[in-house]
Design a protein around this ligand. Structure first.
Ligand code: ATP
Length: 512
């Protein structure tokens, strides 16, 4: 299997150099786990979120969105279990005071999975294998639990503790009844949200992979408790194929296998049709936006790894340069959260079932929960390529994701009428697409700069353009060029952006 071409550190360097991502406030030395997105990064990130929202909210009849607050009533986090249980295991260096995640130290040293490993076993392994401080090599303290929520005070009152949300999901549960009633939703239905989450990770690392402030795209899909396997959309994905690693395969030390959704269901590898449907839909979303399906697999959580609220969880994983890692978690959360919030708030969150004339509490049959920045990394890794012939990096991002779609270049910068004509084209095209106007350096240099930042097409205006009102369009991916009239430019670029071959859209003038 072809691996990503860059290491994660090289990707961080590329992202900084090209204006995608910077360490936050680097002039002050930055702050671990926090990043700022630059002029291209903000566009790519917004495009990812826009595509997700379009696919899973706007183009569906059964899903609506919300935008909840980051700080909410702290009782939400008591009910959800985060105040008591949202912890990782921490160990301190007795000499230099550095802090580490106990389970990660074990994973790194012993190369064994630690998901769900209890505190006493972590302590025993750290001691038994004489694992020391990674910075100075000294003794480590006894491991203890560390709550990952950031807390703050609300208003000028000391002790009025509230939390920055560690996930977006709970706001959906807290608002469940209002959203359902006002949007007149009937089961099955989903409520989605995109927004910031905060986790005081003990050791943020691997660039954007583990941050302290990040964004999530989450969807809670609710079904009737007695109709948990009546998935009306399953036929859409039955023949869809993906790499699968079930809990059983992991137990028997088997490798992942390629299976269709139909096979996963008939062999009872995936428990419900809804879970299978959402796994395939999320995988497909990445692939349709240009990611390589061979870099993905779905992996079921083994028993010890399951969260307290989950009946079954599958992760959509991606093969990062540092190994297979979770990209998105898809859990069957049952009615756990609604029950918890009913109990703690005393509000009635049940729905009236017209058929049985009884009150029912819906089940979250699947919660696909995706980190925006992990998706950001995936699209960059899969788009990044080095073109030997061009001796240049080409960032082959899908046109829907490319931060800038079109570059407009006057062939020469010292001829006022060519520049003026090019500006006219730029003013027109930027009404519809994210464009850039570049007149510095040779045309070859400008093409190279455009390729490296993923600009999907470039439009060059030359002396001939002054006479016949035609321009040259160049494709980033093939370097093919065609000549078209300015009056046809928008139509041609629209078709090109929608996937038509450039050669079919105008008179070919070769490859450059
Ligand atoms: P991990 O095991 O990697 O810590 P998790 O199981 O705690 O992840 P979830 O709580 O399921 O993660 O969160 C859903 C998604 O949010 C993850 O799949 C990931 O894409 C994203 N995410 C979670 N924590 C972080 C983080 N610290 N930095 C960036 N993205 C994150």
């Amino acid at each position: 299997m072809e691996k990503p071409k860059l290491t994660i550190d090289e990707m961080a360097v590329f992202c900084k150099r090209k204006g995608f991502v910077y360490p936050s406030a680097e002039i002050y030395g930055g702050i671990a786990g926090f990043y700022d997105f630059g002029h291209l990064g903000v566009e790519l990130k917004n495009n990812i979120k826009k595509e997700w929202w379009k696919t899973f909210v706007q183009q569906r009849d059964d899903v609506v969105g919300i935008d909840g607050s980051i700080i909410t009533n702290p009782n939400v986090w008591k009910a959800s279990g985060h105040v008591d249980g949202f912890t990782d295991v921490i160990v301190d260096c007795k000499k230099c005071g550095s802090r580490f995640r106990g389970d990660t130290l074990i994973e790194d040293k012993l190369k064994i999975p630690t998901a769900g490993m209890p505190l006493d076993e972590i302590a025993e392994k750290l001691k038994g294998h004489r694992i020391k401080c990674q910075k100075c090599g000294s003794e480590l303290s006894e491991p203890k639990k560390f709550n990952l929520m950031f807390s703050t005070n609300v208003g000028p009152v000391q002790g009025s503790v509230a939390y920055l949300r560690p996930e977006t999901a709970q706001i959906i549960f807290a608002d469940f009844k209002l959203v359902q009633e006002n949007a007149r939703l009937k089961l099955p239905f989903g409520i989605a949200q995109i927004g910031k989450s905060f986790r005081n990770e003990i050791s943020p690392r691997e660039f954007l992979f583990r941050m302290r402030e990040f964004e999530q795209m989450e969807l809670e899909y609710f079904v009737h408790p007695e109709k948990q396997d009546e998935c009306i959309f399953i036929e859409e994905v039955s023949d869809y194929e993906l790499n699968v690693l079930s809990a059983e395969m992991q137990k028997n030390k088997k490798n992942m296998g390629k299976l269709t959704i139909r096979q996963c269901l008939s062999k009872k590898i995936i428990r419900t049709k809804w879970h299978a449907y959402w796994l395939a839909s999320m995988h497909k979303w990445f692939v349709e936006l240009g990611a390589n399906p061979e870099h993905f697999r779905i992996r079921q959580h083994v028993k010890d790894e399951l969260s307290h609220y989950a009946l079954d969880t599958w992760d959509l994983e991606y093969e990062f340069p540092f190994g297979w890692r979770e990209l998105q978690g898809l859990s069957n959360r049952t009615d756990f959260d609604l029950k918890q919030h009913m109990e703690h708030s005393k509000a009635d969150l049940s729905l009236f079932d017209e058929e049985s004339k009884k009150k029912i509490l819906p089940h979250v049959i699947c919660e696909p929960s995706q980190g925006v920045e992990r998706a950001f990394l995936v699209f960059l890794f899969d788009a990044y390529s080095y073109d030997k012939a061009r001796e240049n990096v080409v960032l082959r991002l899908h046109p829907k994701l490319a931060p800038v779609k079109i570059g407009i270049f006057p062939l020469v910068s010292n001829k006022a009428d060519v520049v003026k004509k090019a500006r006219g084209v730029y003013d027109e095209l930027k009404q519809r697409w994210a464009c850039t106007f570049d007149l510095s350096g040779s045309i070859g240099r400008r093409y190279a700069r455009a390729d490296e930042t993923g600009i999907y097409a470039t439009v060059t205006i030359d002396f001939e353009s002054l006479e016949d009102d035609s321009v040259t369009i160049r494709s980033r991916d093939t370097t093919e060029q065609i000549r078209v009239k300015i009056s046809e430019l928008k139509d041609v670029l629209t078709k090109f952006m929608e996937g038509e071959k450039l050669g079919k859209l105008g008179k070919s003038v070769g490859v450059k």
